[in-house]
Design a binder for this molecule. Structure first.
Ligand code: PLP
Length: 443
């Protein structure tokens, strides 16, 4: 079988180099680290750069292209809609009504209303607004390592310094609790033997911090930006029960985890969660900017007419794209595929981990798998420098990966959900070779 990947030049190739120079000249450079190349086009999981190099994409953009890049049915739906109607602001359209209905039908059964926006940050921001209005209170519990976007409330809730450094003063009323990052347990416990003491610590911190005006708790289904960190089974359900017992609004941020990414339509299904509000985005438009706040009608009903809107929220192109994504996911069983391919990838990475002295942890579900790099498996000292080397070397050999992590030391394995066997095996072979070179070169 011929290789799917093909990288002819040391990266960046000549055309990429020229465009990167212009990019550095004309666009503000405050985005994250990535391999040096300029994307030209992509199909499924295969990305071609402007120099004709071909890569297997383990990024999906940033967990966006769930149905694959430029899926023909997705493209057709967008083109058809763009030729009919592109914007209508707050007026309903057939596509908008149909998309709202499908969203309500696919989300947890207590969520019976959709409100459309454009970005994930906006959906999280809207959740905060609704929770405060509904409860008449202002304090929100969020988590160390949490990420909800770059707008003001979303950023204020974040649990990583980088998101908000020198941006204060932030939104008042945020109470931040530790998240169960089991590989680096803040209490030094081990997930097999602990009794979720971190949960008790969360309660203690909240009780000690609140002024008595608790409105909500906001949590990601898994922590994305912090390094693909999954809470132990039962933690999120316990958190939901805790919130409901205290009449707090339970807000689940599924911006990154929605639409099959974890091997369920929504990650909420793993723990049978019933959030009052759920923010969704990224994969739901699979490349066309779309997000939504899914809500219990009683809760979002706290906002009256004219109290929330967004210029491009619910625009017909986004809604047509969202409907096409749902059709494709069903027709191609992308959730089943995410589970099958995710299991193959995780198993193989776990085998590679045994040999590689720098691969400290491999974790995840479905097609969201994190590879955490450390300088030493005993000390678990984070290795962001090795992580960058892996990003560059993997790209040079034909696999595109990005990094996340509180310490910038976690490689994201998050290919489009339609990735096939051949692409899985070729990309894993490349990753194994890249990692083997890292430690054999030294020895
Ligand atoms: C969990 C989570 N929430 C919110 C956001 C913000 O989404 P956006 O970048 O579309 O504003 C992100 C983006 O990475 C995210 O991962």
């Amino acid at each position: 079988m011929p290789n799917l990947t093909n990288v002819q030049h040391p990266l960046p190739g000549p055309k990429s180099r020229q465009l990167l120079d212009a990019w550095h000249q004309y666009e503000a450079q405050c985005t994250g680290y990535q391999a040096q190349l300029v994307w030209d086009h992509a199909e499924g999981v295969l990305v071609t750069d402007v120099d004709g190099n071909k890569f297997i994409d383990w990024t999906s953009g940033v967990l966006v292209a769930n149905v694959g890049h430029s899926h023909p049915k997705h493209v057709e739906a967008v083109q058809r809609q763009a030729g009919r109607l592109m914007n209508n602001y707050d007026f309903p359209t057939p596509e908008r009504v149909a998309f709202a209905k499908r969203m309500v039908e696919t989300t947890p059964p207590n969520l019976d209303k959709a409100f459309f926006l454009t970005t994930g940050s906006e959906a999280c921001e809207a959740a905060v607004r609704v929770a405060k209005r509904y409860t008449g209170k202002f304090e929100i519990v969020s988590f160390v390592g949490g990420f909800h976007g770059r707008t003001y409330a979303a950023m204020s809730l974040a649990g990583m310094a980088g998101t908000k450094r020198q941006y204060g003063p932030l939104m008042p009323g945020v109470i931040r609790a530790p998240f169960p990052y089991c590989y680096r347990c803040p209490l030094g416990k081990c997930p097999d033997s602990c009794s979720m003491e971190c949960f008790d610590l969360m309660e203690t911190i909240v009780d000690a911090s609140t002024t008595g005006s608790l409105a909500a708790v906001m949590v990601e289904a898994y922590q994305g930006a912090a390094g693909f960190i999954f809470a132990p089974d039962g933690y999120l359900k316990r958190l939901e029960t805790w919130a409901r017992d205290r009449d707090l609004v339970f807000i689940l941020d599924e911006v990154q985890s929605s639409y099959g990414r974890t091997g369920k339509m929504y990650a909420a299904e793993w723990d049978d969660l019933r959030p009052h509000l759920m923010a969704v985005g990224k994969g739901i438009g699979s490349g066309i900017p779309t997000s939504a706040l899914m809500a219990e009608s009683q809760v979002i009903g706290a906002l009256g007419q004219g109290e929330m809107s967004s210029t491009c929220g619910g625009n017909p192109v986004s809604c047509a794209a969202g409907l096409a994504v749902l059709d494709i996911m069903e027709a191609e069983d992308l959730i089943g595929n995410a589970n099958r391919m995710g299991a193959i990838i995780k198993d193989r990475l776990l085998q590679i981990q045994e040999k590689c002295p720098y691969l400290g942890d491999v974790r995840g579900r479905g097609l969201v798998i994190g590879m955490e790099f450390v300088k030493d498996k005993q000390t678990r000292e984070p290795a962001p420098d090795i992580t960058r080397q892996v990003i560059d070397n993997a790209a040079q050999h034909g696999v595109l990966v990005g990094s996340v992590g509180i310490y910038g030391n976690v490689i994201r394995v998050a290919p489009p959900l339609m990735i096939h066997d051949a692409e899985v095996h070729e990309s894993l072979d490349i990753m194994e070779q890249v990692l083997t070179t890292l430690y054999t070169r030294e020895g």
